[in-house]
Design a protein around this ligand. Structure first.
Ligand code: 13P
Ligand code: SF4
Length: 304
């Protein structure tokens, strides 16, 4: 089946079965085109709550599908490709963080939304890359434990210097693989281009950026800028999607290593199988987990 035929069939079945497809902006162009909602992690969380359909298919990674289920427990939620996880989301387990929380009750536990539903149950508030600075700034307590991404945590700590922010050694293996030498090479190869990076990159890389932001913030910045050339320091799909949206501008990857294998797992065929009822995985979480995890996600939406 050709891509166009698969897309037409997905659109037909979505309507017939009242299904909503949500896709993270790291997904492939052909998936973005048939999605009802696309955006960064924060936007997806908000959109999930707003969708009127009873069935939601998430094209992204597992924690994103879990977030939809937590916010809309009455909906049937599928992860289009069951193997798509986020390694960072599983770096710390609940018992470790619960132990720290009990030993240091004055600390507010701030969790990047890239965490398992189970871990969210012991956190005080979730953040995303686009909302972290604003949310941490608005917290009443001074002492904060920021998990799991120490690069995003370092970026937040520099923007909110009056808070005492403790970090643990976690992070995204895709963004962490970019090093300062990549910035040097890219600046030399594309002189005059603006460097836009995601805060999951290391502090060395972030320090050299012209703009730091979430995937959606990077896309918005590039689209609204008068500049023509941009070096993109986040997943490769953002380069492709921006080039499609802005054919008169030029976009270059900061590193050819910026490919998230998990985000790349979902294919249009997976989405088609899922809307047909033959594929994907239905996300199930027990009521207790949903209720406890929802507190930190709702707080994120209110404060963000
Ligand atoms: P944002 O969608 O918040 O920019 O995060 C990027 C990411 O790595 C998602 O897994
Ligand atoms: Fe997880 Fe990094 Fe992939 Fe995002 S890019 S899903 S944080 S591994």
């Amino acid at each position: 089946m050709k891509i166009r035929e698969m897309q037409d069939e997905i659109i037909r079945l979505k309507k017939e079965k009242d299904i909503c497809v949500i896709a993270h902006s790291y997904q492939a162009r052909e998936i973005i085109e048939i999605a009802d909602y696309t955006g960064d992690s924060f936007q997806l969380s908000v959109m999930a709550g707003e969708a009127t359909q009873k069935t939601v298919i998430m094209c992204g990674v597992r924690f994103m599908a879990e977030t939809v289920k937590i916010l809309s427990p009455d909906k049937t939620v599928y992860l289009a490709n069951p193997a798509a996880g986020c390694p960072m989301a599983e770096q710390f387990d609940r018992e470790l963080i619960l132990g720290i929380k009990q030993a240091s009750p004055n600390y507010t536990i701030v969790a990047y939304v890239n965490t398992t539903a189970e871990l969210k149950t012991v956190c005080d508030v979730c953040v995303t890359s686009s909302s972290a600075v604003k949310i941490v700034n608005s917290l009443p307590g001074k002492d904060i434990l920021f998990i799991p991404d120490c690069n995003l945590g370092d970026y937040v700590a520099k923007q909110v210097p009056d808070k005492n922010i403790k970090l643990l050694r976690g992070g995204c293996h895709v963004h962490e693989a970019v090093i300062a030498a990549d910035v040097e090479s890219a600046r030399a190869a594309y002189p005059g281009a603006l460097l836009l990076v995601h805060p999951e990159c290391t502090p060395d890389v972030v320090a050299q950026a012209d703009f730091v932001g979430s995937t959606s913030a990077i896309m918005e910045y590039a689209q609204n800028s008068d500049h023509r050339d941009f070096i993109i320091g986040t997943e490769m799909s953002i380069v492709e999607n921006l080039q499609y949206k802005c054919p008169n501008k030029r976009f270059y990857p900061l590193s050819k290593e910026l490919i998230c294998p998990d985000m790349k797992l979902t294919t249009l065929a997976d989405v088609l199988n899922c809307v047909k009822g033959d594929g994907g995985e239905e996300i199930t979480l027990d009521d207790e987990t949903i209720a406890a995890a929802r507190v930190s996600i709702n707080r994120m939406i209110e404060l963000g």
